[in-house]
Design a protein around this ligand. Sequence first.
Ligand code: 13P
Ligand code: 13P
Ligand code: MG
Ligand code: MG
Length: 365
Amino acid sequence: MTKVTLSIIKADVGSYPGHVEAPPELIEACEKRLRGALENGLINDFYITRCGDDLELIMTHYNGVDSKEIHKLAWDSFNDAAKIAKKAKLYGAGQDLLKNAFSGNVRGMGPGVAEMEFEERPAESVVVFAADKTDPAAFSLPIYRMFSDPFSSAGLVIDKKMHQGFTFEVHDIKDHKKILLNTPEETYDLLALIGNTARYLIKRVYRRSDNEIAAVISTEKLSRIAGKYVGKDDPVAVVRGQSGFPAIGEILEPFAFPHIVAGWMRGSHRGPLLPVSEMDARPTRFDGPPRMMALGFNISDGVLIGPKDLFDDISFDNARRKALDIADYLRRHGPFEPHRLSEEEMEYTTLPEVLKKLEKRFKKE
Ligand code: 13P
Ligand code: 13P
Ligand code: MG
Ligand code: MG
């Protein structure tokens, strides 16, 4: 059976006002490109959304992961949208398009990518996550809980196909190395790594019983790609659900706890992760708080059935309320850590200039 590929490629190519929302004109520009690709058979289906100022192209096709044609299609779509953004003098027009010419793959060029290829199951349920005002490490805690915490995913205990556990592919984004770790037996080693959210990121998860791909997360760190502040790495992820994978409700359950993530205001503050509907993915308070959207689809012969807006549900109201209380509390720390990120993690800083200016006035104590 031929395998279908699900590709999520995202970029911030401009928004208004400030970093709030990518306007519909940008979605329309991408839509025009993707419709063309659908007509000429390059892609099988697509859905475009935006999470805050980030555009997400959700595409199904039969070209495999890292396909040059698919990446070029995304790159061209984002460039079309960036042109409109520039013309309309939107904020941060072309923000995530770091190179002028396409060179075969969008990785390292600014956009974020989460792709997986698989044989469709009789019912192929997937959840596509998109976040704004945070970074890929925002997925570490929830992905860990989906695939390793039996208090969150009951299937780990009671589903025969999940019971053997999962393999985590963890990337060291400083030294550009990766490692595979098996849970449950290497749980403590896994946590020792991914508890460091500035350095270790979960890239993929596989089911141990048959090595099937279960989840993939975009791990591109824009600030590392560009060497200076260029916006953040607002991530996307795909998780397969049901039939030996976590149930949809087990995939969503970790987000009932609004954990603290990096990336709020100027990519330099921590805040709670607010689970929101597509409609509410328009961050305004102190440019946040950081947000997460979840869209559910079933894939049928390469066609996307959906989306279902999964956080558009009252059962996440308590998480949202708690998140907003945490946001109030953290905001009162103003420029102090732990609200503000550490010096190494901040994407904006004046400290080198301040230190230089004050250099001569520092005396031995
Ligand atoms: P890939 O596994 O997709 O090559 O990811 C590379 C990466 O993003 C390392 O930071
Ligand atoms: P984005 O990364 O979503 O563009 O946000 C930039 C920012 O710093 C807003 O405060
Ligand atoms: Mg932006
Ligand atoms: Mg953004």
